[in-house]
Structure formats: C-alpha cells, structure tokens
Ligand binder design. Structure first.
Ligand code: SF4
Length: 409
C-alpha cells in the first residue's frame, strides 16, 4: 500500500513539473513515506531523519508522509526541526501548493501511470480499516475505511494498462470489505470488471480477512482465466483463545472451512498467511496449536512475526508483553524451520509441471523472472522473453522460495 501511495504522489509531483533526481546529491526535495507496523520500521524512519540532517541545506526540503503522520502528527516537527512538512496520507494537494511557493520549476516529463516495473500496477481500493485487531496500529494511523468508487478504480487501471501495465494488484488492508460507494457491488464485482480490461493479463488482490472473504469471490477466481489463484489470508494464530484476545472475529474451524472451500474450487491455490508468535498470554500449548495448524494446512508462505507491543493499541495498553524475547525467538525459529520444509514440499510439486508465468523483469544474473498464477516467483532459464509477456514454463528446479525452468515447447 505504501508503494501505491508513493507512486500516486510521484505521479502528482511529475504532473506538476518536478523531476525524479538520479541521486540525493542532485535532489532538492526528500520525501519519506513511512511505515509503523512494527517498531523496527518506525526506528528506520527516525534513523533516516537523523541521516538527512547532514543533507539538509539552503533550498532543500524534507517532507514526511505515511503512517507515522497518523501516529505522531505534528510532534514530529518539534522533534525534528529540520523537517519542513508533515503530509497526511493522500492529502498531497496543499503540500504541492506549498512546494510551488518554494521552487521555480519548469514542466517535466510525465511519469507513466504504470508502476516502476511498468508491468504491475498497484491500486489502493480501500484506505484504512474498520477492524480493531488488538495488536494492530493501522486503524489508528490510517483511520476508518474509505472505499474508492469502482468507476474510479477502473479508470485508473485502464490508464495503467494503456501505459504498459499487464497486471493490476487491488489493495486494501482488508480488501474483502470492498464496497463500491456508488452501489455496484463488492470485491467480486470489482474483480469481474477489472479483468475485462483489454490487454490486462492478470489481476491480484490483497489482503483478505477470514471474517469477510465471500464464497462469490472464490467462485470468480476459480472461473476466471486472469485472476490469480492466490490468497493472502492472515490467520495470525492457530489457537482460539489467542484469536479471541486478538479480536480477529473468527475461530480456527472457520479458517479451516474457508481453506477447504477455496482448495476445492482451486486445487492449485497459492496460500499465504501471517502468524504472530508470543502474543501476550500465549502459552506453550497455544503456540503448539499454531504449529499444528501450519502442519495441517501446509501454507505456501508464512510471514512470521514476533509480537511487539505498539503504543496506542488495545493489547499494549491492556496486557503485559509477558512472553520473553528468548522464548519468542525460540518459537519463531521453530516455525521458520517447519515452514521451510513445508514450502520445500509445496514448491517441489511443481517440478515436471508447466506454469503460466507473467514476466516482470530480469534478475541480477540477467535471467527473466516473473510469477506463476499462484504467486510463486519463477526464473525463466535460457530465454529472451520480455517483461509483460505471459509464457508457459516447464518447471525443472524448485527451492522453498522459487521455481526455475525453461519455456515449454
Ligand atoms: S484487519 Fe488487518 S489492518 Fe485491520 S486491524 Fe486487523 S490486522 Fe490491522
């Protein structure tokens, strides 16, 4: 979502006549787009702000936008006097007006609508989140949900495709909640409309929520030739009492039922999840329930995180962070080792099969790479295929993280 916000701001700056600087020395303006989902991300912002103190000089502007604005607001300016502007997410108009009073600019080249790769276009269809998971800072920093009208999303995607994008990624903290404010329906309707765009090869969406994911959406995915067979469906814990204290709004059996239904409709589904270990009060038995769920479901990818209390969240104010750092490390390492084995088994199944790959670019060794329909990265060996091409690749090698193969005959 931050990537989509950054691109949106870039487009506005370029449309207003600013140019992207090749390096910091030639730049006049530095804008930090910030993330606060974990303490480590927030700390990175502060260290970057300290670093920029040496860069700041006459004629140079430092601005900050993103989630840290929602969390810290104007206090940031007091703490970092060299910071010129604090810009709330999406409210870029007055910032551009302010910049206009500082700089004498001439009209620059417009940035293509498509993203930096030119192939994937990220579009935020919902800003904010109406859930209140007790560990999460997002509702506080990004506010309540605001849904982008379906026709506006379609217009943006249409421009991106005309500009060379071949994949559209529909984004929302909880994208399943999407409702067109002008009444054309939910996410299933949006996906159905977007996939009609001529020239578009693939549609993806993220992130889903087990409480809100509708069967209709799974049916649209299964019936479509363009929509990725990929679900980003965070489970967070495999223990009902932990899920309850997290206020996730579902139990493990509900989650299991969704996965069963999705796999019945799409046996090749790529399933991605998030898990937090060491949530306050998580006992060994509760942790083992999560471990058992990972063994049972066999996700393709598990994004693992150790719980870290975020000031301002319900959990941080209510419960002590009572699982020690050593214990959290042990639990996360145990799950990492387990998941590495599972991911290895999941990718090994592809060897000898043909995958449909949308080429995104070339890696450091000059080999084209892209993603299969299930979201897994694929290296295309000994081939000159170009970004944007959809190719059939016979998979020859698999590691837990990626696949590799040659163009199928
Ligand atoms: S649904 Fe996601 S973004 Fe919303 S509060 Fe829960 S964890 Fe945070």
């Amino acid at each position: 979502m931050n990537l989509a916000d950054s691109e949106g701001l870039s487009r506005q700056l370029l449309a207003a006549g600013y140019l992207e600087a090749p390096d910091m020395e030639q730049a006049d303006i530095a804008i930090l787009n910030t993330c606060v989902v974990r303490q480590a991300s927030e700390d990175k912002v502060y260290s970057k702000l300290h670093e920029l103190r040496g860069w700041k000089g006459p004629g140079r502007t430092i601005a900050l936008t993103g989630c840290l604005v929602g969390k810290e607001g104007d206090e940031l300016k007091q703490r970092f006097p060299h910071l010129d502007a604090v810009v709330p997410i999406g409210e870029y108009g007055s910032f551009l007006t302010e910049l206009g009073t500082r700089y004498d600019w001439t009209l620059g080249e417009p940035l293509p609508v498509a993203g930096r790769t030119g192939i994937s276009h990220y579009v935020n269809v919902i800003q904010g989140c109406d859930h209140n998971c007790t560990f999460c800072i997002v509702p506080r920093v990004r506010g309540r949900e605001v849904h982008v009208p379906l026709r506006q999303v379609l217009e943006e995607c249409g421009r991106a495709v005309a500009d060379g994008a071949r994949e559209v990624v529909l984004l929302g903290q909880n994208v399943d909640d999407y409702r067109d404010p002008e009444g054309s329906g939910g996410l299933a309707a949006l996906v159905r409309e977007v996939e009609k765009l001529e020239g578009l090869r693939r549609v993806r969406f993220m992130t889903s929520h087990p409480q809100d994911l509708e069967t209709e959406l799974l049916e649209v995915m299964a019936a479509s030739t363009k929509v990725a067979h990929e679900l980003q469906l965070p489970v967070q814990s495999g223990d009902d009492s932990v899920l309850k204290r997290m206020a996730r709004g579902y139990q493990v059996r509900h989650y299991r039922a969704i996965v069963e239904k999705a796999r019945r409709l799409m046996p090749d589904l790529g399933l991605y999840t998030d898990v937090i270990v060491g949530f306050p009060g998580e006992t060994e038995e509760m942790f083992l329930n999560t471990r058992r769920l990972l063994e049972e479901i066999e996700f393709d990818v598990v994004h693992l995180a150790q719980y870290s209390p975020r000031p301002g969240t319900f959990a941080a104010g209510r419960w002590p962070d009572d699982v020690s750092a050593d214990e959290k490390r042990r639990r996360i390492n145990e799950l990492l080792a387990l998941q590495r084995q599972i991911a290895g088994r999941r990718t090994a199944r592809w060897v000898g099969r043909t995958a449909e790959v949308l080429v995104e670019g070339t890696d450091g060794l000059g080999r084209p790479y892209g993603r299969n329909r299930q979201g897994k990265r694929v290296i295309v060996k000994q081939s000159r295929v170009q970004p944007g091409e959809m190719v059939q690749v016979l998979i020859e090698e698999a590691t837990p993280g990626q696949l590799a193969g040659r163009m199928a005959a």
